[in-house]
Design a binder for this molecule. Structure first.
Ligand code: CA
Ligand code: CA
Ligand code: CA
Length: 645
């Protein structure tokens, strides 16, 4: 339906008549925070023609924070085609540093509305040209190809049967040229069971089933039934279930509904249902025809953030998994919500709204373990007046500490307008920090660097990025980067300022020698150890051990005094890129000079000359524990070292 509007001048009202409030009993929204629907994908975050060659100009500020999943764009933006803007390949290039992929709508190669069919041969050669262009441009963020758009209204049957004339030959050409990229269809203007049956039956018989089943959704009330219908058809026809793509969605296709494109209160039930029914991708419609590149009306004509932008930012902020939400009526546009649980950052959030005004009791059940006892609950709101009204931010309605009882928590929210969106954001007051697998490292003994405590980013560790970039495939849901090291694992990709904490149990008060097994293929780097927040050692520098990062070396770090009992050991990274496998704590032998001063093991002191504090030169073999010496490195790189062994 997106193209009829090309020539329509929309008279947008800049105000909306308030719905009269009708007193009724509070509605209940149930949220089961332990029941994961699926990982967070932000499936519904993109838009149709939401990007152009130059709008929005500020990708980092306006696009990336929404963590968009997919934008639906023409293969080319040029005169003679459907649109002279929004070139999908240029847009894909603009989006290359974001989470977004681009869906290519092949029918946009054609002029006129409804599309002017150029004949099969000409069509297939145009398709071949743009698919080859994808490869020649080396793009890796192309989401899929949509073969046709709204065949129910844009195909002239005098040109033949669309399935045999367009769908099958185009499908076969795409499979031949680009077998990896998903094919999307039928792209119906709205869900219709009998048309879907005809299409799927043809595809099954002709071995050309789409990878994603696609239609447009006007109003969220009918979505659940559409999914039930298409699932039933797939079962009936023996078609394995496949994901859905809703590449246009809005409150409606009539002009009185188009004005709600991107409106928070109308968007929430859509997103809620798309998450609930496992939609792979969904894009906001393009009703504001005079001005594409507005992220589906999340931005105003001036490119400012509207209320919708802030709603989708809440969505973009979600990480972890989407939790199950049960609305009062799934077959309505009434109040609904979508929720996520983010174990890494210790928060849960629910965004709610819908075409309903009044009190809603949000009942959270099966709260995750990190949200027990007393939790902090923020209720926030985003307002909306019209698609051209900028909104500066979200409003904090309340912030309170609430008690979780029996794993449940009820938060009342008053929906003041069907146009607004609301968020409940829950965080723990305290995050319990526990040893990994509840196995406290015993001292004397070994602390494995990769077995940092459990509590998460900012609590038991700090890592510069949230992703575990290591190849160890160990604790992959944490931010610390764990790499393979011999038969075990080590912490790698360390950067200055990062840290990990370990609960240790010191069995006896004593003096301990600390040895680290490390690898450092680069510059001189290092770390510092802290115990219960106090410096335990100086910053310890480590010279290059070997150019080969897989070669680890045991390096004496320091000799320290430890008190019996449980402590928190912190490893603070002081220079980029040292891999740490483990730290050994051994009771010091008071009669021995630590091999800290062993040439072989302390590259930084290799060839050094040692002096006692009076300035007398001391031979290496005369060095004694618990005395202070000055070591002067011969390579002029390290300068003077104080050696406290
Ligand atoms: Ca990381
Ligand atoms: Ca790191
Ligand atoms: Ca290790």
């Amino acid at each position: 339906m997106n193209h009829i509007r090309k020539n329509i001048v929309l008279l947008m009202t800049s105000w909306v008549i308030a719905t009269p409030q009708v007193a009724h009993a509070a509605e209940t929204l149930k949220v089961d925070l332990t029941d994961s629907i699926r990982p967070v994908t932000h499936c519904a975050s993109g838009s149709l023609y939401g990007m152009t060659e130059n709008e929005p100009a500020d990708i980092d500020g306006l696009v990336a924070p929404l963590k968009p999943h997919m934008f639906c764009q023409p293969p080319e933006g040029k005169n003679g085609n459907q649109h002279n803007f929004g070139d999908g390949y240029i847009v894909a290039g603009r989006l290359k540093n974001t989470t977004a992929k681009v869906q290519i709508t092949l029918a946009d190669l054609l002029p006129n509305w409804p599309y002017r069919w150029p004949g099969q041969q000409s069509w297939l050669s145009s398709v071949e040209r743009v698919v080859k262009k994808k490869f020649s441009e080396g793009l890796t963020n192309i989401h899929s190809y949509v073969i046709w758009n709204e065949p129910d209204g844009t195909w002239n049957t005098s040109n033949g049967d669309i399935n045999t004339t367009v769908w099958k030959p185009t499908y076969e050409l795409l499979r031949k040229l680009d077998p990896e990229t998903p094919i999307v269809g039928p792209g119906m203007a709205y869900y219709n069971e009998s048309r879907m049956r005809t299409f799927l039956t043809f595809c099954k018989q002709n071995n050309c089933l789409p990878d994603l089943i696609c239609w447009h959704q006007w109003g969220s009330a009918g979505f659940a039934d559409a999914v039930r219908s298409v699932r039933k058809l797939q079962q009936e026809l023996g078609i394995p279930e496949r994901p859905y793509c809703i590449n246009e969605y809005c409150a409606g296709s009539d002009s009185d509904k188009q004005q709600y494109e991107g409106c928070p209160g109308y968007s929430v039930p859509f997103i809620a249902k798309f998450e609930r029914y496992n939609v792979e991708s969904a894009t906001i419609s393009w009703w504001h025809v005079p001005h594409p590149g507005r992220l589906g009306s999340l931005l105003t004509d001036n490119g400012q953030k509207g209320g919708g932008w802030w709603l989708y930012k809440w969505y973009g902020d979600m990480e972890g998994y989407m939790a199950s939400v049960t609305p009062p009526n799934d077959r309505s546009e009434g109040v609904d919500g979508f929720a996520s649980v983010d174990r890494k950052h210790h928060c849960a959030s629910l965004v709610l709204g819908g075409k309903s005004v009044g009190d809603v009791n949000v009942v959270f059940q099966k709260m995750p373990d990190f949200l027990s006892g007393v939790v902090r609950v923020k209720v926030e709101r985003v307002t909306w007046k019209s698609i051209n009204t900028p909104v500066n931010g979200t409003d904090l309605i309340s912030e309170s500490d609430m008690v979780v009882e029996g794993g449940s928590l009820t938060v009342p929210v008053r929906i003041e307008s069907e146009l607004y969106g609301y968020r409940i954001y829950i965080t723990p007051l305290n995050v319990p920090q526990t040893p990994y697998h509840n196995e406290t490292a015993s001292i004397p003994g070994r602390v494995e660097a990769e077995n940092f405590d459990v509590a998460g980013q900012g609590f038991s560790y700090y890592d510069n990025d949230d992703r575990n970039k290591g190849d160890g495939e160990y604790r992959t849901d944490e931010g610390v980067d764990v790499v393979k090291a011999g038969n075990g694992f080590a912490v790698g990709y360390t950067e200055k300022g990062e840290w990990m904490e370990y609960t240790i149990d010191v069995k006896e008060t004593n003096t301990y020698n600390i040895t680290a097994n490390v690898s450092n293929g680069g510059e001189v780097d290092g770390f510092q150890l802290l115990l219960d927040g106090e410096a335990l050692t100086q910053s310890y520098t480590i010279a290059q051990t070997s150019e080969d990062w897989s070669v680890y070396e045991e390096i004496p770090v320091a000799t320290v005094q430890l008190e019996k009992g449980e402590h928190t050991l912190k490893v603070l990274i002081e220079g980029n890129y040292v891999n740490i496998d483990w730290l050994d704590f051994e009771v010091a032998d008071p009669s021995a000079v630590r091999n800290t001063l062993d040439d072989k093991k302390t590259n930084t002191l290799q060839g050094a000359t040692f002096y006692d504090v009076q300035g007398n030169q001391v031979r290496r073999e005369e060095l004694r524990r618990n005395k202070c010496y000055i070591g002067v490195s011969s390579d002029n790189k390290e300068g003077v070292k104080f050696v406290t062994e």
